[in-house]
Design a protein around this ligand. Sequence first.
Ligand SMILES: [Zn+2]
Length: 267
Amino acid sequence: MIFTVFIIGLILGSFLNCLVWRLYKNESIWGRSYCPKCHKQIAWYDNIPVLSFIFLKGKCRHCHKNISWQYPIVELITAILLTLSFYNVFGLPTFYDLAFFNSSYFNLDNLLLIIRDWIFVFTLIVVFIFDFKWQEVPMLLVWPATTLVLILNFFIVSDPSTVIISAVIGLSFFLIQYLLTAKKGIGEGDIWLGLFIGAYFANWQILLVALFLSYIIGSIISIYLLKKNKKLKSKIALGPFLVIGSMLALFFGSNLLNYYLGFLTCC
Ligand SMILES: [Zn+2]
């Protein structure tokens, strides 16, 4: 089962690579894949996640130019993160669960959770690559993803007001900084990203854990980069750190929070 999920993850990772490129180029997502260098269409057997890259030795079959390492790496990372979040929701199935399609294992609650989590993880990976490469947040993906996550959360979370509170905090956290810093440092995209992350977590405490982790990691890496190269200053985007912080909060957020709250009560 986990293996099947991993394969689905690889296929979604391959789709993700193509989506990033087409969002950037403003193209339809429905056309066939093509080589970005010679524009020849890629046959299905040259478009198998990871394997094709290995068989083609990282070169296009037609123009023999190098295929970016980004493709297989993104496919693998997508597959790993989607599999982890599947495991997070479903745990490991027993033989009984699979053989009899056990309805308490594949229940509606879990299905809603995994759809929401996969939309979240998938969108965050796209945002990471996009913001890292072009210092921009792909709103054409973030807006529909936010809408879907909000709708799903109204079914998932027992008290809908927590979804709204968390979303509003996520949005205002960046909006206030945006207004205070006179639009320098924080981009408009970060405000929408804040809304997306807040809407997803539907829990202001875990949202704060995500923001806290993002800023800690962001500061450490920025200081390191600034020491190495002072010119980089204006080029460091916030988005990739928000993605890393949110991913960590997704997998470890409630543990970290409980640990922190436990620490507070014992002292
Ligand atoms: Zn080519």
